[in-house]
Design a protein around this ligand. Structure first.
Ligand code: HEM
Ligand code: HEM
Ligand SMILES: [Cu+2]
Length: 302
């Protein structure tokens, strides 16, 4: 569930930091390593189920090892941001929010991979806390970033930037107020999947409950933004973000046959700052769906 989000983030961060992605090969290699290692960690969900203790050890170590390729990606994305000319639009905000909350969820995952710690935390609210930091803060934040990024390409319409920024901040803040307290409720021993809890857990449950309604409601801003964009959104240019990958070198939405002639790719997709143009089109191709290559040197702020 997280691998597609990793792909979105690797596309979006270089575009809005206006920088080549840091460590392209290591990012690609670490995705393969995570995909492979992902098949070898399942028993970390069964540490308390009575499995043979000698079997716990390899699964504990394999689970800890998966944090290495994950860490390589996190550091590469952060290094891509470093010194970049960052454009804070909704797609980029969700991508950067992803970095913060997903990293947090990955770290609690490492806590849980340690068998002695898991014996204490399994079955408590620490698990829903981890779940939501990786699944909501990871997969869902990644999807949100991707929706804002590729929406103009898919629909041919722009979304409203201001509503998107509000959507991000409301989601990001209420997300943390909802799910952060679950960590300490869990450490104190509040069980998951039980509706009744001890009176000392009341306060943080109330806080989380109130924030959860704000979190759910913040999604209405996205739905409104989408509907509004479809009905009266500005027409999207071919390449509103000045991205360098191929899908942006064609009209929004792309014509049925995509490129009429096969474009010649002359440079790498993430080489921001390199002289344009970077794709060559057959000059005999008079299809006006294509933007002139290298036409827009200034980054878009919307
Ligand atoms: C560094 C990365 C990660 C590590 C080391 C890790 C480790 C763990 C461990 C050890 C557990 C079992 C806790 C228990 O039940 O006692 C757990 C639970 C869980 N993890 Fe992760 N995790 C990581 C990333 C992820 C990601 C990326 C996702 C999904 C996008 C995810 C989703 C879940 C879910 C849904 C559960 C709870 C399943 C359930 O009992 O309902 N984790 N994680
Ligand atoms: C407003 C948003 C959300 C709220 C308030 C919320 C709240 C909760 C709570 C309180 C639990 C624990 C229930 C219990 O153990 O008693 C839970 C479980 C869970 N949530 Fe969420 N959640 C939200 C969104 C999501 C999303 C977007 C995902 C996945 C992408 C997700 C995945 C899960 C999973 C896998 C469980 C474990 C279910 C189980 O115990 O069998 N949640 N959620
Ligand atoms: Cu797992």
């Amino acid at each position: 569930m997280i691998l597609p989000a990793f792909g979105f983030i690797s596309e979006i961060i270089p575009t809005f930091a206006r920088k080549p992605i840091f460590g392209y090969k290591m990012i690609a290699f670490s995705s393969m390593a995570i995909a492979l290692l992902g098949f070898m960690v399942w028993a970390h969900h069964m540490f308390t189920s009575g499995m043979a203790p000698w079997l716990q050890l390899p699964f504990m170590i394999l689970t800890m090892i998966i944090a290495v390729p994950t860490g390589i990606k996190i550091f590469s994305w952060t290094a891509t941001l470093w010194g970049g000319k960052i454009i804070y639009n909704p797609a980029m905000l969700f991508a950067m929010g992803f970095l913060v909350v997903f990293t947090f969820g990955g770290i609690t995952g490492i806590f849980l991979s340690a068998v002695p710690v898991d014996l204490h935390l399994h079955g408590t609210y620490f698990i829903p806390a981890h779940i939501h930091y990786v699944l909501f803060g990871g997969s869902i934040f990644g999807i949100m970033a991707a929706v804002y990024y590729w929406w103009p390409k898919i629909t041919g319409r722009m979304m409203d930037n201001k509503i998107g920024v509000w959507h991000f901040w409301l989601t990001f803040l209420s997300f943390n107020v909802t799910f952060l307290p679950m960590h300490w409720l869990g450490i104190l021993g509040m069980p998951r999947r039980v509706a009744q809890y001890r009176p000392e857990f009341q306060f943080w449950n109330d806080v989380a409950s109130v924030a959860s309604f704000v979190l759910a409601a913040s999604t209405l801003l996205l739905l409104y933004n989408m509907a509004n964009s479809l009905i009266r959104g500005k027409k999207a240019p071919p390449n509103p973000w000045n991205a360098r990958t191929l899908e942006w070198q064609i009209s929004s939405p792309p014509p049925y046959y995509n490129f009429r002639t096969i474009p010649a790719v002359l440079k790498n997709p993430y080489d921001f700052g390199e002289p344009l143009p970077y794709i060559g089109l057959d000059p005999s191709d008079k299809d006006d769906h294509h933007p002139p290559p290298g036409h827009t040197p200034e980054p878009a702020h919307a």
